[in-house]
Design a protein around this ligand. Structure first.
Ligand code: NAI
Length: 251
């Protein structure tokens, strides 16, 4: 087929769910997908409150209070999209948390909460939406992993394991979803300037910035544009990949 002449609004007519959309990388992903023409359902924990409505209003989308670890999370999303839109085209599993501790002090609470939000929830959500026939043919799943899931990171065994697990999910799901014409890919950001990284002690934060391939902290839009590529028809034949964004080149 001939190349498309231009990609004005490549996501027109598509419905996209972005989890963790109240702030940070998720809020910018919502903006970029809406710019490209998608109707965005911005999801975040109920406690995100106003910040979530702000994202949704800014992008002309819908706010969906949703704890991705809730037992009924998948059912809730399926019901929402089937009732209002007849289905969903794009899932961006962006919601994520850190609970850092050096390995000797890594307790079960920290381990389980991080695995639950970062790894189990993305898998469950995709499964539930497929089971309920809510994910349309030709769709795209984009998971936000991390460079910590490729290279590891001191004090982040729980987080690194969860993000490495996400890469395993992508590898395993790619051929399964391909049967329905759905792609699944991951982005693995390096250090990005958000509230999550602002909480890191200063010295460690500086190291993170320096290890970035840009030699400075990346911006949320750097990640969002890569997500938009994976969500767009330009990447219809691209599945099962992990792309480093602002990933460290020096380790
Ligand atoms: P952030 O902390 O600024 O935003 C994360 C959002 O996820 C928050 O709005 C939070 O309320 C939401 N969230 C947390 N638990 C949730 C749950 N159970 N259900 C629904 N929403 C939930 O974080 P940031 O930096 O924007 O990170 C976004 C994603 O990117 C995460 O998956 C993170 O692990 C990943 N990442 C971030 C990097 C960085 O340098 N900032 C680097 C690599 C990956």
């Amino acid at each position: 087929a001939a190349p498309v002449e231009s990609w004005d609004k490549p996501l027109a007519g598509k419905v996209a769910l972005v989890t963790g959309a109240a702030r940070g990388i998720g809020a910018t992903i919502a903006e970029v997908l809406a710019r490209d023409g998608a109707h965005v359902i911005a999801a975040d924990i109920p406690a995100a409150g106003e910040a979530l409505s702000e994202t949704a209003n800014k992008v002309g989308g819908t706010a969906l209070p949703l704890d991705v670890t809730a037992d009924d999370a998948g059912a809730k999303v399926a019901e929402h999209v089937l009732e209002r839109h007849g289905g969903l085209d794009i899932i961006v599993n962006n919601a994520g948390i850190t609970r850092d501790k050096l390995l000797a002090n890594m307790d079960a609470g920290r381990w389980n909460s991080v695995i639950s939000v970062n790894l189990i929830a993305p898998q469950t959500l995709v499964n539930e939406l497929i089971e309920r026939k809510a994910l349309r043919k030709g769709g795209a799943v984009v998971d936000v992993s991390s460079i910590a899931g490729i290279a590891g990171n001191r004090g982040q065994t729980n987080y690194g394991a969860s993000k490495a697990g996400v890469i395993g999910l992508v590898d395993t799901y790619a051929p399964i979803l391909a049967k329905s014409g759905i792609t699944i890919n991951a982005v693995a950001p390096g250090f990005i300037e958000t509230a999550m990284t602002a909480a890191i002690p200063l010295a460690t934060r500086e190291v993170g910035r320096r290890m970035n391939s840009l030699q400075q902290g990346g911006q949320t839009v750097d990640v969002a544009e890569t997500v938009a590529y994976f969500a767009s028809p330009a990447s219809n034949a691209v599945t099962g990949n992990v792309v480093r964004v602002c990933g460290q080149s020096l380790l």
